[in-house]
Design a protein around this ligand. Structure first.
Ligand code: SF4
Length: 343
């Protein structure tokens, strides 16, 4: 995005009031601009009709509201919308808008590409290009909301990239979308998903935000997990689970463990039993994901043991949900982001 000018989406209301004053603008212009942007989805200063011509000139000269371009948009039969966004420097990311009974949710990307190399994930096949700034993540929500005309009431940071590998920008993004003069998304409506960067889980817990934390687990032994998630070499299962216990202690929010069920790999009754013993003292949920093939040659098949696996967890007192698959026909379901553009 335009680096010469200051991006409005980087700032909270209070910060913007101070900043505007430094530029010779009245402090009350801050709330006016925020209303145009977040409520009316107007991203052109010249259309802000309650702002004087002089102030519009000052805003245009010093600030920007640039959003990414829509490079591609796919709409699924179930209404899910996948966007491929392109920022002005050419970096691309994807965002997915999904309708649920309880409202509309967006899955945003935190990086262009990902360094983590999880073997089941299409995003890992795309070389890492760069971190996104906080305002660039917020811009995905605003662009999608304005294009789709949907009232987005929940956000998951589960698209391309590892959010805790871009920690400061993630925290800035969360602060902005939480702001009551902006999108006003409460912590309980926000989920951050990590592959298990342990020191950052502790740091995030200490912030005391009421944000939902989701951790990609996917395996029950270090040997097996390392084979599909290289990060496990650095932070093993025991360390990840300890960090999640700490997260609950600090925030009172149960952590959700993501477990993509892969036929013949991690879906046996023994795997389920081992998962129960790993999580027996942890305040958590397990979110079982029927696996999505990420390429036509993929050996990964849907598990035939989905209900048996879930039953064992339930019998052992572990709350379990099965993720509803949305947008599979447009490659928008989990692990499939970017797949189409690579083909
Ligand atoms: S699952 Fe997440 S952390 Fe792993 S490669 Fe994909 S985007 Fe990166």
């Amino acid at each position: 995005m335009n680096s010469q000018k200051t991006h409005i989406l980087s700032y909270t209301h209070n910060e913007l009031k101070d900043l505007f004053q430094q530029y010779g603008l009245k402090r009350y212009r801050a709330i006016q601009v925020l209303e145009w942007v977040y409520s009316k989805k107007i991203f052109d200063f010249s259309l802000m009709s309650n702002i004087s011509k002089e102030d519009i000139a000052l805003l245009t000269e010093n600030f920007t509201l640039e959003l990414p371009e829509i490079e591609k948009k796919l709409v699924s039969q179930d209404g899910t919308i996948k966007y491929l966004f392109r920022y002005s420097d050419g970096a691309t990311v994807e965002s997915v808008v999904m309708d649920y009974d309880y409202g509309t949710s967006i899955c945003v990307s935190s990086q262009s590409g990902c360094k983590m190399g999880c073997v089941f994930c299409a995003s890992s096949k795309v070389p890492f290009s760069r971190n996104l700034e906080g305002y660039e993540i917020t811009a995905q929500i605003l662009k999608a909301a304005s294009d789709s005309n949907k009232n987005i009431s929940r956000t998951v940071v589960m698209g391309i990239g590892e959010p805790f590998d871009n920690y400061d920008n993630l925290v800035n993004f969360l602060k902005i979308i939480n702001m009551k003069e902006g999108l006003n998304l409460g912590g309980r409506r926000i989920t951050v998903s990590t592959c298990g960067i342990v020191p950052k889980i502790y740091e995030f817990a200490d912030l005391g935000l009421q944000v939902n934390l989701s951790v990609s687990l996917h395996e029950v032994t270090d040997k097996e997990r390392t084979a599909i998630m290289p990060i496990n070499k650095k932070y093993n299962i025991e360390q990840v689970i300890k960090a999640c216990e700490y997260y609950f202690e600090k925030t009172n929010r149960r952590v959700s463990f993501e477990y993509a069920l892969i036929s013949g790999k991690n879906d046996t009754d023994e795997h389920a039993m081992r998962l129960c013993s790993l999580l027996k003292n942890v305040m958590c949920y397990v979110n079982v994901i029927p696996v999505n093939p990420i390429d036509k040659k993929s050996a990964h098949q849907n598990s035939k043991n989905l209900s048996g696996f879930c039953a064992i967890l339930k019998e052992n007192g572990i709350p379990v949900t099965v993720r509803r698959e949305l947008g599979r026909d447009i490659d928008a379901a989990c692990g499939q982001l970017r797949r189409q553009n690579d083909n």
